[in-house]
Every structure is written in C-alpha cells, then in structure tokens.
Design a protein around this ligand. Structure first.
Ligand code: GDP
Ligand code: MG
Ligand code: K
Length: 298
C-alpha cells in the first residue's frame, strides 16, 4: 500500500463565489485568473500541490451556470467543461458565498448531488460578515439540502481556515503514488498562462463596456536566454471594443501590458519583453470551429 496520497479535487460553484481565489490561495501562487466579473474562468485549469506526502490536483471549473446565452458556443463549452469535471474526481469542493444561498447555488447543488464522491461545502467570504451569528443558521440550512462530507467556513482572500479545508480534502484522497513531479504546479503551458494573464488585466481594467467575448492568442514566445519575448494578440468582436481596449493614445493597452508583464516576470522568474496587438475578429464566440482553433476544445 502506498505511503502517499494523490487525487483530483474539483472546485465548483456559481460565478463569483471565489473559486479561483480559493485555488490560488491554497496553491500559494496565482494559477487561475480572478476578477469581479463572472465568467472570468473559461478553461479547466489544473493546479497541483504536493506537500506532506499528499499530492492534490485541483480542477478549477468555469462557473457552472444557467443562463440565457446557453445557445452560444462559448457557454456550451463552459458548461460541458464544468459538468465533466465533477464526474472524474475524488473530492468535490462546492463553494458558496456566506451572504446568500441563491437559486444559482441550488442549480449547482443539483449537479454536485450526482457526483460519485464526497462533497465538501466551503462557505466562503466569512471575512465580510459583520454579524458572526448569521453563520450558524446558514450552515444549518445548508445541512438540510444534502449530506455534505464536511462544511467548512473559510475566507479564501484572507486565508482563514484554509488549512482545515485542506485537511478535510486530503483525508479523502486515495492512497496512491504521485501522478506529477513534486515541483510541478500546473499542467498548463507557459503560453497558456501568459495569455490568461493578459486576459485577466483586460477583464480587470475594463468596465461593463467590454463584454466577455475577448480572447488572447500568443503569437510569439521565445527565449533569448536573458529574457522571454512574448507577443500577444488580443481579439475583440467589434471596432468599438478595439478602441476601448487601446484607450486614449494607447494608454490603456500600455497599462494592460505593464501589469501583465510584471505578473509574467514573477511567474516565469525572468525578464519579459511583452508586445500586445488588438484585432477585430467578428463573431468568434459563436463559432465552434473558431473556438477550437483558439484552443477551447476539451
Ligand atoms: P470565481 O468566479 O468563483 O472564480 O470567483 P473569483 O475567485 O474570481 O472571485 C470573485 C470576487 O470575489 C473577486 O473580486 C475576489 O477578490 C472576491 N473574493 C473571493 N474570495 C473572497 C473572500 O474570501 N472574501 C472576500 N471579501 N472576497 C473574496
Ligand atoms: Mg474563476
Ligand atoms: K470571477
């Protein structure tokens, strides 16, 4: 019997409950981009943590969501990725916001009830609670909804109680040899991570005027020995969006580039020269083939 444990963990929940934040804080490193906008995460991202004889492999899912836009290819892709994620894992962490249990949470609940593995409920954002006594009724109501393996109140942002959550996860992972090297933190390529960082800066800097249909393609990724040269193409749907992303005399694009470059230098631990372009690619989010050519195939 193996001395070590190794297994897959899916983090699920409606958009904006803090799934990506939770993953990044458990891993102690930015793997999944976050922003206040829902649907920031489009891909399954594997984050790998190896510590104290346990290797936990996290799948950060796109927000499982019911929405009016379900006809769009991008949304079909996101729901597919999320539902397949829970069938193939050893533990599901279902994240909710301590403020309110919504109809969208109930919809996710129906999905996780089908999971053939233990489901741990993480009640997130407890740092936002003025009145601590409101937590108990929330937890009691949650207990009625399904037989959770554990219910753990946490603050992903402030690292509150994350060690307890991790202990609950780890004890449910199977005894097995590690699947990945000890020092590997993701199975995503450097190119993918670079594209995600650029997309995160766009999502954070732009207001509601730019919808979610923005994607980033890495056109150049080369290593001169001293530094990385990265060229990223930002694809938008309309001419007006292109103007917004570029900003007055290129000011916004410059800021996006500066912020993304700093993150990349931290992630890749070297100097980065980053070039950004913006191009209009009409209707991409509605075209399955275009999606596939951009890597959205699962
Ligand atoms: P996701 O859509 O579920 O992946 O959610 P994100 O991780 O992108 O987080 C959505 C928003 O909630 C971001 O603005 C986060 O900073 C914020 N957030 C996440 N966790 C916490 C938390 O524990 N406390 C507080 N106050 N905010 C949080
Ligand atoms: Mg996310
Ligand atoms: K989000």
């Amino acid at each position: 019997m193996s001395e070590t444990r190794c297994g897959y963990v899916a983090i699920v929940g409606r958009p904006n409950v803090g799934k990506s934040t939770l993953l990044n804080h458990i891993l102690g490193q930015k793997i999944s981009i976050t922003s206040r906008k829902p649907q920031t995460t489009r891909h399954r991202v594997l984050g790998i943590k190896t510590e104290n004889q346990v290797q936990s492999i996290f799948v950060d899912t796109p927000g499982l969501h019911q929405n009016d836009d379900s006809e769009k290819a991008i949304n079909r892709y996101m729901n597919r990725a999320a539902s397949s994620a829970i069938k193939d894992v050893d533990v599901v962490v279902f994240v909710v916001d301590r403020g309110k249990w919504t109809a969208a949470d109930d919809w996710v609940l129906e999905q996780v009830k089908r999971a053939p593995c233990p489901v741990i409920l993480a009640v997130n954002k407890v740092d936002q609670m003025d009145d601590k006594s409101s937590l108990l009724p929330f937890i009691e109501a949650a207990e009625q909804k399904m037989d959770f393996a554990d219910i753990v109140p946490v603050s992903a942002l402030r690292d509150t109680n994350l060690d307890r959550l991790e202990a609950c996860i780890n004890e449910r992972l199977p005894k097995d040899d590690w699947f990945y090297d000890e020092d590997q933190i993701t199975d995503r390529s450097s190119r993918f991570m670079a594209a995600e960082l650029v997309r995160e800066k766009i999502m954070r800097q732009l207001g509601a005027e730019v919808p979610y249909e923005i994607t980033v393609e890495i056109e150049e990724f080369s290593d001169s020995g001293k530094s990385l040269h990265i060229g990223a193409l930002i694809l938008v749907e309309r001419e007006g969006q292109k103007r917004i992303v570029i900003g007055d005399k290129g000011s916004r694009l410059k800021l996006i580039g500066q912020e993304a470059r700093l993150d990349m230098e931290q992630m890749f631990e070297r100097k980065v020269m980053l070039k950004l372009w913006v191009k209009v690619k009409s209707g991409w989010s509605d075209d399955e083939r275009a999606l596939r050519s951009l890597g959205y195939n699962d």
